[in-house]
Ligand binder design. Sequence first.
Ligand SMILES: [Zn+2]
Length: 486
Amino acid sequence: MYTELPFDEIKVNPTKKRVAYFYDQDVGNYFYGTGHCMKPHRIRMAHSLIMNYELDKKMEIYRAQPASNLEMTQFHTDEYIDFIDRVSPDNLHLFQREQVIFNVGDDCPVFDGLGEFCKISCGGSMEGAARLNNGLADIAINYAGGLHHAKKSEASGFCYTNDIVLAIIELLRYHPRVLYIDIDVHHGDGVEEAFYTNDRVMTCSFHKYGEFFPGTGNINDIGIGNGKYHSVNVPLRDGIDDATYKSVFEPVISKIMEWYQPTAIVLQCGGDSLSGDRLGPFNLSMRGHANCVNFVRSFNVPFMVVGGGGYTIRNVARTWAFETGICNGVILPKELPYNGYYEYYAPTYELDVRSSNMNNANSPEYLDKILTQLISNLDHTKHAPSVQMNEVPRDPEDWGDVEEDTEMAIDTKGGSQMAHDKMIQQENEFYDDDEKDRGEKNIEENGDTAVNGNGNGNGNGNGNGHSATALTDLEQAEIAELNKDD
Ligand SMILES: [Zn+2]
């Protein structure tokens, strides 16, 4: 069953796709705390590369309306969302019981602006799903999303609210079958759990399994009830490389596409499966990771790319920029354009993440065994009755809940596409904000967030988006830390 495919250079189909990219310039300012691995700053670094590679000329850039509390309760409980919305480092002592119930603390600390961060993350994924639903985009991208561990009423693994589940719920309003694919090094447990009994969503997670967080994702966990055979788990060992990963990923996904025939796909692109990640033990190069994006894109099914884990942040930024290029049908050149975070990419200053010579613990015999079982399980997913019965409605109005652009609708549901379209950032406005953003990097080494007040950005202010600014203390410290890793 298992045959190792050669890992050739990625060839991207240059056919134009309409790509909607969601970015909120506030996202890079949120700070989990000193020493915490999760750094939202990497999303801003990726964005800076994306802009300086001029991908904004190929795709539409949006700032989503942050999700409302009501929207987030489509999956999460009211009590949990209310807590996330209200808790802060200053009033934490008032929530001692809730901290335990909702699992916030060490891995998932309460930081300044936690509620807003969650709203930005979820808003981007939900609006991305809405754009796919309305047929206004072929691909939607939200690197602030992908927080796959969050549960209905519990934070987990650096994730508080599950933007992916919310996006899939949105997609299910128009799509009979949604496929969720997860290439983060960790099992996509929160998404799997949410749809474990549902045959309208198939989840497929490729992850390190065995003495590794979160501990779930056994190959025998296949879903229950109607959802039986609609959870696919691919348990992998340390050191998997590009050729081996491709040789498992492509046949599994091909089989799912052929038998399940999803009408929309969400791809979680966690960057902790890259070689050299601070937490992940895999050995994928940037190209090996991006091959998954290119492969999914080749099926011409509407799809959404979200972020996820990724803790060697310069490599995460590189990979997400490269993958954004692939979504747009281009292979970005190796030489990095000058950008606001150029120093992070020393000493190579290249758009590349290489594999190392680490041992690959995934033997052909092991991979053959799991692939045989996975493919045989998938044989059960054809002709599932409810799959046959759910057809895509021709007219969204058939679903009876077309949104109106009332203030209330915008407030509670994010409004209609028309309202969303008004939020497209003007090019000039965007660059101005970006400059301002760079001047306001307000995170200090001590973990407090405070506007440092220099606000002038040190940029040249000509709005071309290519200027660099002086590095903040935090960035200097991070670069020092990165260089220690090397
Ligand atoms: Zn992860």
